[in-house]
Design a binder for this molecule. Structure first.
Ligand SMILES: *Cc1c(COP(=O)(O)O)cnc(C)c1O
Length: 488
């Protein structure tokens, strides 16, 4: 495919920018330093409107997104994000706000609506998780984790505890041990039993050195840890804090609150559960909530309410860990989550989790005949299969299956993760896929299981319907070419 620069022809125009109302003298008097101004016009592509429309439409068709078809990428909750939340985020009264407004005198008034969104969203997330207060600042899940671990460190420092270890189960998402290590802790791995963190092993590893434990429940093999109350009790007895990686919240909304399960800190991925599209590096948000005893350490600023009901930014928290992001986080993402939560309501969110869990179990049971399930029990929002037997019998790997699914019109599931399952295929259908789509997925997987026996070569060749076939994934990761030389 040509780049838009290669399509450029001198003099061709596709824009219709309205004539500006500021005269040229304004620009001449501009206070921009001259050395920062262009001396000649920018070399922009010169193309007609039809070329622009076709170029970007064709470009978008080279990629697979949730707007194209089902995207059962486990642990990522790639559900469909309704477009009304985008409309809310685009409202000019919100989209046009300057982040410095609340600190200006009259700005405090102009920003009341935005402050209200931050304040109310905090209350709603507290209701959903059982926590006492949230910060909206963290810009992603992993950033929320780092914020949470900094809160754990602040807690122990304040109490004069000397703690150097963070415990992480072997099925953890990779960001958990990475976060604890970045924050300066020694990471110690707790083994699983039957897919979930083993409470006996956990208790043995607890000591005066343990600052906290990072878990997600349900975990990344899609199983709910039934020993959580026992684990929480043991942790608290040792004055270790329990951190909840809430990226998997889609499974439990309205059914279980992390605070009730004994967790002290939670981060949520608004871009997974609460209606912000993700993948491709768009902005997300990883708000962090804490129980009462940790509220004083939360980042500043925090939105607070005057007696007369007006809102303001409160910086008066001497024990705060400080800022973790510029201004107040990715406000547009918080706004979308707020709109989504209000639109669905408590019953709607409960239904989300019901349907997400139901969809995963539907696939589990329907696929069990042809694919080996990693843990033969009721799952939560995702289900893990293993292609180990297919490797042994037919030489077909999880990677081959993933690539062949692309030719069937589905985004591949997560593969080779979690690490505790060999040749893992981790499938998260989400609540937004219809029964017809789930059945189509079952049909595709059944067809591939048959193909493993009849024609394994077909799976080795896949994908054949995409612009490029198998990439050299090592080179793509280690030596990516991210620019075009822009030569015609
Ligand atoms: C996605 C995910 C994360 C990381 O979130 P990012 O926003 O990508 O940083 C952490 N834990 C789990 C379980 C996840 O699924």
């Amino acid at each position: 495919m040509k780049t838009i620069y290669q399509m450029s022809r001198p003099g061709r125009r596709g824009d219709s920018i309205p004539a500006h109302r500021i005269d040229d003298d304004y620009f001449k008097q501009s206070r921009l330093p001259l050395e920062l101004c262009r001396s000649q016009a920018a070399e922009l592509p010169e193309v007609a409107e039809i070329d622009v429309v076709r170029h970007f439409t064709n470009l978008s068709r080279l990629n697979f997104g949730v707007d194209v078809g089902p995207y059962p990428l486990g642990s990522c909750t790639m559900k469909y994000n309704p477009k009304f939340t985008e409309q809310a985020a685009r409202l000019p009264g919100f989209a046009g706000l300057h982040p410095l407004l609340p600190q200006l005198r009259r700005g405090g008034l102009l920003a009341q609506g935005a402050l209200r969104v931050l304040y109310e969203c905090d209350r709603l997330l507290c209701e959903i998780t059982g926590m006492a207060a949230f910060t909206m600042q963290p810009l992603a899940g992993a950033h929320g984790e780092l914020t949470g671990i900094m809160l754990i460190a602040a807690y122990h420092q304040d109490k004069g505890n000397q703690r150097s270890i963070v415990l992480v189960p072997d099925s953890a998402h990779g960001t958990n041990p990475a976060t604890a290590a970045i924050a300066g802790y020694e990471v110690v791995t707790v083994p699983s039993k039957d897919g979930v963190m083993d409470p006996a092993a956990f208790k043995e590893m607890l000591s005066e050195q343990v600052a906290g434990v990072m878990m997600t429940n349900p975990n990344t093999v899609g199983l709910f840890n039934p020993y959580i109350a026992e684990i929480a009790e043991a942790a608290h007895k040792a004055d270790a804090l329990l951190y909840y990686d809430g990226a998997n919240l889609n499974a439990i909304m309205g059914y279980a609150k992390p605070a009730d399960l004994g967790f002290d800190i939670v981060h949520l991925n608004l871009h997974k559960t609460f209606a912000t599209p993700h993948g491709g590096g768009g902005p997300g948000a990883g708000p962090v909530g804490v129980v009462e005893k940790l509220v004083e350490y939360l980042p500043i600023s925090r939105v607070a309410e005057h007696k007369d009901g007006t809102l303001f930014l409160d910086y008066d928290h001497p024990k705060s860990i400080g800022y973790v992001a510029p201004f107040y986080g990715n406000f547009g993402v918080v706004l979308k989550a707020y709109a989504y939560i209000l639109a669905l309501g408590g019953e709607g969110l409960k239904r989300v989790s019901e349907d997400a869990v139901l969809a995963a179990n539907y696939l589990r049971v329907k696929l069990m005949e042809h694919w080996q399930v990693a843990f033969d029990q009721t799952c939560m929002h995702e289900v893990v299969f293993t292609a180990q037997d297919k490797v042994e019998q037919y030489g077909v790997s999880a990677l081959d299956v993933a690539k062949a699914l692309i030719d069937e019109g589905f985004h591949p599931p997560t593969i080779y993760f979690p690490l505790v399952v060999p040749e893992a295929l981790m499938i998260e259908p989400t609540e937004t896929e219809s029964k017809e789509n789930l059945d189509a997925f079952v049909a595709a997987m059944t067809k591939l299981a048959q193909a493993c026996k009849d024609d394994p070569e077909l799976l080795h060749q896949a994908p054949v319907t995409t612009p490029v076939g198998r990439l050299d994934e090592v080179s793509a990761a280690r030596k990516p070419i991210l620019t075009d030389p822009l030569e015609p």
